[in-house]
Ligand binder design. Structure first.
Ligand SMILES: [Zn+2]
Length: 475
């Protein structure tokens, strides 16, 4: 088995090694694209199934819109086209002929969806319209990294239409709360919810909300965004509804999305030098059982005992009995560790004699011996404990590397080493934000929702500020 580079040696190689070793993804023959392999796709399916349920519980329904968007649609919303056109793939030929109008491969679907909403929305009775789509999108990236930034990626994009600004605002915030719950309770990844600055908001939005997570190299990763689009797309596509008084009004909109990038976030939040670490709630395989034997006589006995033990978990746990011959137990342990299986059960002749088994947790390597008649409960308890301790550990890590800083010199000293989240005062001026990025490569990640009111002076220009923002280097 190939070795995984240590995080301390080369973090970025470590990240790729973890992915390769766990067989989550591979580089595609097309530059900038990736193949998501079955182990990686299974994680995506888990993410999808949880989020899909959460969306449906809040009244959203799934639909599917075309991959191709007429160029003229893209051009209708000025900020939107300016933001996205440079990174779009454009189809100019089809069926061997030059097309009359070029077709953009969707970088996001606001335009084609709002072109349809014009037909579907006439009256206040048609609102709200709450639609989500699971699909792929293409953004022509120059510098790509598996899961984090690829030319084509998978995501969900919600697109909702509302009668009032207040409803659209409520929707955008409700979705961000769903993203936060998912990140914290399923991914075991603490996030800071907040608002993006004007500079960082979505092209065409009134306001963008985000959840920001800290990775193990202390960089920020934007894990999900939700946009209040105001009436921008309704105006661009002339989508009006008749209100209860018979007056025509423009519709209010939101859009929101998370992508396969979450898998990258998952890897960089929890994994270690042995490979992938998965929070149990997103692990497709919760337990692996490895029977241990010496001679052939022991082999059949131990194999049988392992299957007998695991068979009683059917429908209660996802498990696999690794009874392959010709591999040493230690080799198997390493392999399942690198694939991130949360709990390993070791069953040797002595365990069998005593009616016991040994449980090993992936996150800490800690071993415990349990009686076989209580093993199911013990595994269930262990899975819950791993889930909560992964979250706790990530939160402690984030807190350790979150700094309240008032001086620009101190900021510049610390931004590379140790790096982290910096809570700094900012006057709100774009010029200071640009300067921060130029001089330090850090960006303002968000204006946290729950920041306390606090008078201070802008880190860059010294003008007054009434609260702190989160600044960090980011993926
Ligand atoms: Zn300033």
């Amino acid at each position: 088995m190939a070795k995984i580079t240590k995080r301390s040696e080369d973090y970025s190689r470590w990240y790729t090694d973890v992915i390769m070793q766990a067989e989550l993804a591979d580089y595609a023959p097309v530059k900038g694209c990736m193949v998501i392999r079955p182990n990686g796709y299974a994680i995506w399916e888990k993410i999808q199934s949880v989020l899909d349920r959460m969306f449906k519980e809040t009244g959203h329904r799934n639909a599917y819109f075309p991959l191709f968007i007429p160029e003229s649609f893209m051009r209708r919303e000025a900020e939107h086209v300016e933001g996205f056109a440079p990174e779009c793939a454009v189809v100019t030929h089809g069926g061997g002929k030059k097309l009359e109008e070029p077709l953009y491969v969707r970088p996001t679907s606001e335009t084609i969806i709002w072109a349809m909403y014009k037909d579907w929305i006439q009256s206040y009775r048609d609102l709200p319209l709450l639609i989500n789509q699971w699909c792929n999108v293409v953004r022509w990236e120059m510098r790509t990294r598996l899961f984090l930034r690829t030319t084509e990626f998978l995501w969900q994009e919600g697109h909702t239409a509302h009668a009032t600004e207040a409803e659209a605002e409520e929707e955008a915030r409700k979705i961000l709360q769903i993203y936060r719950t998912f990140a914290e309770e399923y991914m075991a990844m603490p996030v800071i919810p907040g608002q993006k600055t004007e500079k960082e908001k979505f092209a065409g939005a009134l306001r963008t909300y985000t959840i920001e997570a800290m990775m193990q190299d202390r960089r920020a990763l934007q894990a999900g965004t939700s946009h209040n689009l105001g009436q921008n797309f309704a105006r661009a596509f002339d989508v009006k509804y008749q209100d209860e008084n018979g007056e025509l009004q423009y519709v209010w909109a939101t859009s929101w999305g998370v992508s396969t990038r979450l898998i990258g976030a998952l890897i960089m939040t929890h994994s270690d030098d042995q490979g992938l670490v998965l929070p149990p709630r997103l692990a497709t395989l919760e337990v692996v059982v490895v029977p241990i034997w010496k001679g052939d006589d022991e082999m059949s006995q131990m194999k049988e005992a392992a299957h007998r033990l695991a068979d009683s978990w059917k429908g209660k746990l996802t498990y696999h009995v690794d009874d392959r011959e010709g591999y040493r137990p230690g080799w198997k342990f390493n392999e399942w560790e690198s694939k991130g299986v949360p709990v390993r059960v070791e069953l040797g002749p002595r365990d069998l004699q005593r009616n016991e088994a040994t449980l090993v947790r992936r996150d800490t390597g800690e071993r415990t011996t349990v009686p076989q008649d209580r093993i199911l409960e013990a595994i269930k308890d262990l899975l819950e404990d791993i889930q909560s301790s992964l979250f706790r550990r990530a939160l402690e890590f984030r807190e350790k590397y979150t700094f309240v800083v008032d001086g620009y010199d101190e900021f510049k000293e610390k931004i590379d080493e140790p790096g982290g989240f910096f809570l700094v005062h900012w006057c709100g001026d774009r010029a200071c934000e640009d300067r921060l990025q130029e001089e330090t490569k850090a960006t303002i990640r968000c204006i946290p929702f729950d920041r306390p009111a606090e008078r201070g002076r802008c880190l860059l220009c010294g003008r007054p500020s009434d609260g702190r923002v989160v600044a960090a280097k980011a993926y």
